[in-house]
Design a protein around this ligand. Structure first.
Ligand code: SD4
Length: 307
């Protein structure tokens, strides 16, 4: 049976984000509104990897990346934007109110302010400040697998002992059968100032084709960019692969390109297709995603892994 509406999103934080998205979808709302409102929940919460409470870059600035794509193939994106609380909504304004797809840095911030978004104070959350001070002691820029889990970078240990994740990517199909997607992040913790990851790049961190399906990614963005990851996933679904098989094949492409040397790399993909099937895959174990297609069906699933 076709699961419709359906919304899926990355990591455990996806459960709460899905709830907000589901509120839109269950009332016959548009997938585009669902994926925007869904990830705004994560942007609003204090966590390691999304929104203004997240970890800064190596120079102490929180710089945010986000993009959004609708069922017509329209897209909007902001990269390295500072002091704006909801980059996903700015990305949507770029899509709807400009002739462009992508705005970066100060220009993106100016546009946001002109659109009525308030400039927030430039301060780190307590957890981010602690993590940054800890990181400054060694100042090494070295991505680690599941950095949010490893302890080495992981700043946001929750009282229950779990780690707080991560970039949120979300894809959804609404009751009308239309697809949309969103992705928002602070990027890799302690990245170089000005570094942009996969998350705001159409075809890398997010891709939607309303004929076929939609995909989003998380993990080491450089690797996703180099294979045009989510575009690849959608094209593989076009060739007949299931969402899970397409996500797996994209992970395999990264492993192959790196000649198997992926010990320090984590990438995860999730996807849905037009039939309401969903799936995910990752390189290393430890990635999960949240799937919601009913008032009481919002479930965290451990993605299968290659290595
Ligand atoms: C990035 N893909 O900036 C994001 C970060 C992420 O798990 O997803 N971390 O490369």
């Amino acid at each position: 049976a076709v699961k419709k509406p359906i919304v899926i999103s990355t990591w455990k934080e996806g459960i709460n984000a899905n709830k907000a998205a589901w509120n839109v979808l269950r009332n016959n709302g548009r997938a585009l509104d669902a994926v925007e409102q869904g990830v705004m929940v994560t942007e609003n919460s204090i966590n390691c990897c999304v929104g203004l409470g997240a970890n800064p870059d190596r120079d102490g600035y929180v710089t945010l990346d986000a993009c959004i794509m609708d069922e017509t193939g329209n897209a909007g994106s902001v990269a390295a934007i500072e002091r704006i609380k909801h980059p996903i909504s700015v990305a949507r304004k770029v899509m709807e109110n400009t002739p462009h797809v992508m705005l970066v840095g100060e220009g993106a911030q100016q546009f946001a302010v002109a659109q009525g978004f308030p400039m927030e104070p430039q301060i780190l959350s307590d957890s981010a400040r602690k993590a940054y001070e800890e990181w400054l002691k060694k100042s090494e820029y070295k991505p680690k697998v599941n950095i949010e889990n490893s302890g080495a970078f992981a700043p946001n240990k929750l009282s229950n002992g779990n780690w707080n994740h991560d970039t949120i990517g979300m894809v959804a199909m609404d009751a009308a059968g239309n697809l949309s997607g969103s992705c928002t992040t602070s990027g890799m913790a302690f990245k170089m100032h000005g570094r942009v990851g996969d998350s705001p790049i159409i075809g890398a961190g997010l891709y939607v084709d309303n004929e076929i399906g939609a995909a989003t990614s998380t993990g080491l963005g450089e690797e996703v960019i180099k294979i045009c990851g989510t575009h690849l996933v959608v094209e593989l679904m076009r060739q007949g692969l299931s969402p899970e098989a397409a996500c797996k094949a994209a992970c395999e492409r990264i492993v192959k390109r790196n000649k198997g040397n992926v010990k320090d790399m984590q990438v995860g993909f999730i996807a849905i297709n037009k039939q309401g099937e969903y799936g995910g895959y990752c390189i290393q174990s430890g990635f999960n995603f949240a799937v919601c297609y009913g008032d009481d069906h919002n479930e965290l699933i451990d993605a299968k892994h290659l290595m």
